[in-house]
Design a protein around this ligand. Structure first.
Ligand code: FAD
Length: 392
C-alpha cells in the first residue's frame, strides 16, 4: 500500500480559535475509521445530540470483515449498555470463568481458575450491533482518508478518490497503522515484538467448552473460547520478521493484519506443527481442523504523551488503536477505545451544550485517559516476558 501524502496541519491556535466549535450551531465531526472505536464514538456523539457526523471507512462495503473474541470489562459494557447495546445482543456465552492451565510435554500440570471482570463478545457481533444503529447516511465506506490541510483556518480532509470534506473536529480511529498518528505523532512508529497471534475460528457446533481456556506451554500461549457456531482460538508463537513475510506475503510492519487470503500453506504448516508439538492432542486437532485462519503480528509502540492537537480553527484527536495499539494479552485495546470515546463525547457535550472551554475540556479528557493507554502499552511486554514471548 502506498503511503498517504501528508502535510503537517498543526497550527498555533489562540484560545478564541480553539473555541470555534461553539460558533456553529452544530460542529462538523469527521471520524476516520469505522471499526469498533470509530463506530462507538460516532454513536455516542449521535446520542449526545450532535448531528453533523460522518464516519469514513477505507474498507469497501462489500469487503468481508469479521474478527475474533474480545473481552470487554464492566466500564466498556456499561457504555455500550447506555447506547442500547445490551449483553443479550453481543454476549453469546455469559461465563466469567478463565481456566489457566500450565502445560508441559503436551500435558496439563497445573490449573488455576480466575474470574474475568467482564464478558466476552466478538468483533463481528459488536461491530454489527454498532453499525446497525448508525444511520446509513452517516457511514461512508470505501473512503480512504489520505491527507489533512488547513484552508483559511478550516481543517480539510482529502480522500484517496481526490474528494475533500471540511471538518471542525477530526477523530482519528483508524487503527494500528493510523494516518492520524503518523501525521501528529510521527516519531511513534510500530515495532514488531517478535511473535505473532495466529487466529482461527472453527465451525465445531458440538463443543462443550463454555469458559475461556488459556493454555501455557513453554514460550507460547493458546487461548480458546466458544463463539456462536464454534470455537475461537489464538495461538501466540515466536516468529522472525523473515518468517512472517514468508508466511503472510509482507513484513509485519506492512501487513499488520493477515486476513484469510494472506494465510498461505507455509503459515498453516508452521502453526499445525507447533500445535502438534506443544498442545494437548484435542487442541492440536482443533487447530489442524480449522480452515478459517488469520494472523496479527504483535507490535509495540512508544507510550503516547498526547491525544489532542489544535488544527487551524479546529481540533484533531487520536483514539483506540490509532492512539496506542497494545499487545493483545493486555485485553485492553477495545476497552481503551470505547472508554476514550465516551470521555470525548462527554467533553464535547459540555463544550457544545454548556459552553465549557473546549481546549480545557480536551486537555482534561486527555489527562484522564492517557494513563490507561500508557499503562496498557507498558504492561504488554511484561506479560509477554512472563510467557517467554519477549523480543528474540
Ligand atoms: C488476538 C487479539 C485479541 C484481542 N483481545 C482483546 C480483548 O480481549 N479486549 C480488548 O479490549 N481488546 C482486544 N484486542 C484489541 C482490539 O481488537 C483492538 O484494540 C480493537 O479492535 C481496535 O479497534 P479500533 O477501532 O481502534 O481499530 P481497528 O479495529 O484497527 O479499526 C481501524 C479502522 O480504520 C480503518 N482505516 C484505517 N486507515 C484508514 C484511512 N486512512 N481512512 C479510512 N479508514 C481507515 C480500517 O479499515 C479499520 O476499519 C485484541 C486484539 C487481538 C489481535
Amino acid at each position: 500500500m502506498a503511503l498517504p501524502t501528508l502535510t503537517h496541519p498543526t497550527g498555533a491556535s489562540t484560545p478564541r480559535e480553539a473555541n470555534l466549535l461553539t460558533h456553529r450551531t452544530q460542529p462538523r465531526i469527521a471520524v476516520i475509521g469505522g471499526s469498533l472505536t470509530g463506530c462507538t464514538a460516532a454513536l455516542l456523539l449521535l446520542h449526545a445530540g450532535f448531528d453533523q457526523i460522518a464516519v469514513y471507512e477505507a474498507a469497501p462495503h462489500s469487503a468481508p470483515r469479521g474478527g475474533g473474541l474480545i473481552g470487554l470489562e464492566h466500564p466498556a459494557l456499561d457504555i455500550l449498555d447506555r447506547l442500547g447495546i445490551g449483553q443479550n445482543e453481543i454476549v453469546a456465552y455469559t461465563s466469567e470463568t478463565v481456566w489457566q492451565v500450565t502445560v508441559r510435554a503436551r500435558q496439563p500440570i497445573h490449573t488455576a481458575q480466575q474470574v474475568y471482570p467482564g464478558r466476552n463478545t466478538t468483533w463481528t457481533l459488536l461491530h454489527h450491533a454498532l453499525t446497525s444503529r448508525l444511520p446509513d447516511a452517516l457511514l461512508h465506506t470505501g473512503r480512504r482518508f489520505t491527507r489533512l490541510d488547513v484552508r483559511h483556518g478550516q481543517p480539510t480532509l482529502t480522500f484517496a478518490d481526490g474528494s475533500h470534506e471540511p471538518a471542525d473536529l477530526v477523530v482519528f480511529a483508524d487503527g494500528r497503522s493510523s494516518v492520524g498518528r503518523r501525521l501528529f505523532d510521527p516519531h511513534r512508529r510500530l515495532r514488531y515484538a517478535g511473535y505473532t497471534a495466529h487466529r482461527g475460528q472453527t465451525t465445531a457446533e458440538n463443543t462443550t467448552l463454555r469458559d475461556f481456556l488459556r493454555l501455557e506451554p513453554p514460550r507460547c500461549q493458546y487461548n480458546v473460547a466458544p463463539i456462536p457456531g464454534g470455537l475461537d482460538w489464538t495461538f501466540y508463537l515466536p516468529c522472525s520478521p523473515t518468517a512472517y513475510a514468508h508466511h503472510f506475503g509482507a513484513p509485519p510492519e506492512r501487513r499488520v493484519f493477515a486476513l484469510p487470503q494472506h494465510v498461505g500453506p507455509a503459515a498453516r504448516t508452521h502453526v499445525d506443527e507447533h500445535a502438534a508439538r506443544l498442545l494437548p492432542a484435542p487442541h492440536a486437532a482443533t487447530v489442524h481442523a480449522t480452515t478459517e485462519r488469520m494472523a496479527v503480528p504483535v507490535m509495540d509502540i512508544d507510550a503516547p504523551t498526547r491525544m489532542a492537537w489544535p488544527v487551524g480553527h479546529g481540533w484533531a484527536v487520536l483514539l483506540g488503536d490509532a492512539l496506542a495499539p497494545v499487545r493483545p494479552h493486555t485485553a485492553r485495546g477495545a476497552n481503551n477505545g470505547i472508554e476514550q470515546a465516551a470521555g470525548l463525547s462527554a467533553a464535547l457535550t459540555h463544550h457544545h451544550r454548556h459552553r465549557a472551554d473546549l481546549s480545557a475540556a480536551l486537555h482534561a479528557w486527555q489527562r484522564r485517559h492517557l494513563p490507561g493507554a500508557i499503562s496498557a502499552v507498558q504492561q504488554g511486554p511484561v506479560l509477554a516476558a512472563h510467557l517467554g514471548l519477549s523480543n528474540p
